[in-house]
Design a protein around this ligand. Structure first.
Ligand SMILES: [Zn+2]
Ligand SMILES: [Zn+2]
Length: 312
């Protein structure tokens, strides 16, 4: 294990900011600066096209977060070529959420230690704000390569992880060249802020609000609105129960835009081996539905006995 890996392991083993002064406030400056960018439009004004750029960059980059950082790099739920893997990495990092190795390593820790003291971002353990954003500035900037050996064997990904700021910087510069200052403030700045907080709701709110279909060992939940704003990531209890599936909305009524896009990429031959939930997952979902129906029936006659927790 490298020195940086060891220090990251020490970090995830429990050292957490307990007081405001324990956070890395120096590193917060660029984060705050991007939040202030949209205010620049008060001086320049804004065009309809700036908001169109904002919407497009939100949706495309949210796919980069969900389809690339999460479902490809963190969970390897589908396969692709080496060149398209690099394209996915650049797209993911254009969202300015650090490198693909850093993102995947921390996300794998989230599943390994979910809602325990070693979870990097558990609202159950460390509160809403720490899970939403504070954890990023809680001495978590190192990439634990031991957790992402499968990705660290590609030098181009290691390079991109180290210089993670290159894709978002190039994108911001391109938007400024094409659409001017108001394009930069609204098209790039506002969409980046919305994209960040949209993504962060998965670490904070999806362990707090919504319904639990599966009795996982963590507090993960499914919430339709969070699924809409994150292109399918709101089906978080489904995902915690079965992480190996590209598809996170397990039924047609569980809207999962990321899954539809990956299906389209598969139809084009750009990705393949798109993994879906196996029959046993649907069987457990049916058993859970039965248990809930039974519990609802038993509820009016409370006191006559506990509704069964498990199907026979
Ligand atoms: Zn995950
Ligand atoms: Zn989670």
């Amino acid at each position: 294990m490298s020195e940086s890996s060891a220090s990251t392991a020490a970090t995830v083993s429990g050292r957490k900011a307990r007081r405001l002064r324990d956070y890395e406030w120096g590193a917060v400056v660029p984060f705050v600066a991007v939040h202030l960018m949209p205010l620049g439009a008060l001086a320049t004004g804004a065009h309809v096209r700036d908001f169109v750029v904002c919407a497009v960059l939100y949706v495309v980059r949210m796919f980069g977060v969900t389809g690339a950082y999460h479902r490809y790099f963190s969970h390897r739920t589908y396969k692709t070529s080496r060149w398209f893997q690099f394209v996915l990495a650049v797209l993911a990092q254009s969202s300015s959420q650090r490198g693909v190795l850093w993102w995947a390593a921390h996300h794998r820790d989230h599943h390994k230690y979910s809602d325990t003291p070693r979870d990097p971002h558990s609202p159950i353990q460390h509160g809403f704000w720490h899970a939403h954003v504070g954890w990023i500035y809680d001495h978590n900037s190192e990439t634990n390569h031991a957790r992402v050996r499968d990705l660290a064997k590609y030098p181009e990904l290691v390079w991109l992880d180290k210089y993670w700021w290159v894709p978002p910087t190039v994108l911001g510069f391109a938007v400024w060249l094409l659409f001017g200052w108001s394009g930069l403030f609204i098209g790039f700045g506002l969409s980046t802020v919305l994209l960040w907080h949209g993504t962060f709701t998965i670490n904070s709110l999806t362990h707090l609000i919504g319904k639990r279909r599966f009795e996982t060992t963590d507090e993960s939940r499914n919430h339709w609105l969070l699924a809409l704003i994150t292109l399918g990531e709101g089906w978080h209890n489904n995902h915690h129960y079965y992480q190996g599936s590209v598809r996170q909305g397990f039924y047609w009524w569980e809207i999962d835009v990321t899954y539809y896009v990956i299906r389209a990429l598969a139809a084009l031959g750009l990705v393949w081996d798109v993994r879906k939930p196996p029959a046993r997952v649907y069987a457990e979902a049916e058993r859970a539905r039965g248990r809930k129906a039974f519990a609802d029936l038993a509820a009016p006659t409370e006191g006559t006995g506990e509704p069964p927790r498990k199907a026979a």
